[in-house]
Every structure is written in structure tokens, then in C-alpha cells.
Write a protein that binds this ligand. Sequence first.
Ligand code: SF4
Ligand code: SF4
Length: 69
Amino acid sequence: MAAQVDYNKCTMCGGLTQPRCVEICPDEAVRVQDGRIVVTEFLCEDCNECGIVCPDDRAIWVPVSAVTF
Ligand code: SF4
Ligand code: SF4
């Protein structure tokens, strides 16, 4: 499945160079590329850690049905 990014909502955590989703991801599946968040699907384990720390209401998230705990 992999985490989904809503670019209309993401503010890059207000302009942080190391946004929260990048910081929290245990699998290094999130990175900043060309000034926006990119998820590498095959690295993502659908843990939704990124969705929990995102300050911008679900700018990144894993659909509930796909979340692994
Ligand atoms: S945590 Fe949310 S607001 Fe911050 S960079 Fe990631 S998706 Fe964007
Ligand atoms: S769901 Fe987990 S593994 Fe996937 S991008 Fe978010 S923090 Fe990383």
C-alpha cells in the first residue's frame, strides 16, 4: 500500500529541513526531493508512524485498512 501524501495539505512541517515524517520513519521510506515529500513504496511497511506525527491533518497517512501494527 505505502503511505500516501496529500500535497495540498503538506506544509513541509512549516518549512523544516528534516520534516517530522522523514524523522520518524523507521524504514527511511520518506525523503525530501525537489522540495516535497516522497515515499519509496517498497520500503514502507505501512506502520503509519508518519501519519501520527504529521501536524497537517493527514498530509501523509496510511489508510486504516492497510495499517500494520
Ligand atoms: S509530517 Fe506532514 S506536514 Fe510534515 S512534511 Fe510530512 S507530510 Fe508534510
Ligand atoms: S507508514 Fe511507516 S514505514 Fe511507511 S512511510 Fe510512514 S513511517 Fe515510514
